[in-house]
Design a protein around this ligand. Structure first.
Ligand SMILES: NC(=O)c1ccc[n+]([C@@H]2O[C@H](COP(=O)([O-])OP(=O)(O)OC[C@H]3O[C@@H](n4cnc5c(N)ncnc54)[C@H](OP(=O)(O)O)[C@@H]3O)[C@@H](O)[C@H]2O)c1
Length: 256
């Protein structure tokens, strides 16, 4: 199942990889609301494929389940000529552990194969699209020089692929991403976020504002709004943006 039809209207096209994720769903919703032709990618091996297909269709987006192979993804992007490709993918340690518990190879859900591997594949496919779409990459605070740990190392390598691609890009490095509707399995993460935010706010109240500015969590809806604004702003290409600047980027009104 894939959406490879060329644009039949003059609307801007946005392709969203990771559309089923917490941030991805927000981005899809807000792109559709802004009148942008939104292609919401669902991985073809998702056990919720038909559910997501229906949900995105009802939302006004166009679902797409192009396989995660370079020839297939390049063909899809070449057909769509998106102005923007959002890369909002990522695995978690618990996904790796679930695979191991099920007797499967956890490497299939490793940071190397997902956070880095699928990003690199999508970058290459976007280059093949031929129209130099802007590549919006959701990375993480901590990526960059001297990354600590496997997650940050693979994020940093993925950023290098994005920056070296020749595509116009926006790299976003948020701290924690929160929201009231995070799934229940993320409960412990939510509690940890609340504790960290509390400590940062206390520090701010005591006059230590720097860490609060840099490390406090960001709401997924605000993050999505900021990413979309940056994606569509002709003057915003080729930037790496961290937490403090993201706040300034969140628009007060929905974008048109
Ligand atoms: N959460 C945070 O606090 C935080 C902070 C900074 C940066 N980030 C980064 O921001 C990104 C998005 O965050 P999020 O909270 O929206 O994550 P999320 O809800 O876990 O979404 C991850 C997305 O990646 C897809 N994905 C995961 N494994 C895949 C696989 N094997 N094959 C294909 N697709 C796969 C998921 O598809 P399925 O739904 O089909 O599994 C989903 O669409 C993540 O990469 C994360 O590292 C997160």
């Amino acid at each position: 199942m894939s959406t490879t039809e060329p644009a039949t209207d003059n609307r801007t096209v946005a392709f969203v990889a990771g559309a089923t994720g917490y941030v991805g769903q927000q981005v899809v919703r807000q792109l559709v609301a802004a009148g942008i032709r939104t292609i919401a990618h669902i991985r073809p091996d998702s056990n919720r494929l038909s559910e997501w297909w229906t949900r995105f269709t009802e939302l006004g987006a166009e679902p797409d389940a192009t396989p995660w192979t370079l020839p297939a993804m390049a063909t899809t992007l070449k057909g769509l000529h998106p102005r923007v490709v959002f890369c909002l993918l990522g695995t978690t340690r618990s996904r790796m552990q679930s695979l191991a518990r099920a007797g499967k190879d956890p490497a299939a859900a490793s940071y190397e194969s997902i956070d880095y591997g699928l990003t690199a594949l999508l970058v290459e496919a976007a280059v093949h699209a031929g129209n130099a779409p802007r590549f919006v990459y959701l990375s993480s605070l901590g990526a960059g020089p001297n990354p600590k740990g496997a997650y940050m190392r693979w994020r940093t390598r993925a950023e290098h692929v994005v920056l070296g691609s020749g595509l116009p890009y926006i790299v976003i490095r948020p701290a924690m991403i929160t929201g009231p509707d995070r799934e229940e399995e993320r409960r412990s993460e939510r509690i940890a976020n609340a504790l960290v935010d509390g400590a940062l706010s206390l520090g701010k109240a005591l006059g230590i504002e720097g860490p609060w500015r840099r490390y406090r969590s960001i709401d997924a809806a605000g993050l999505a709004a900021a990413m979309i604004r940056l994606a569509m702003d002709p003057g915003a290409a080729n930037h790496t943006i961290e937490r403090e600047e993201l706040v300034a980027e969140a628009p007060e009104k929905p974008i048109r």
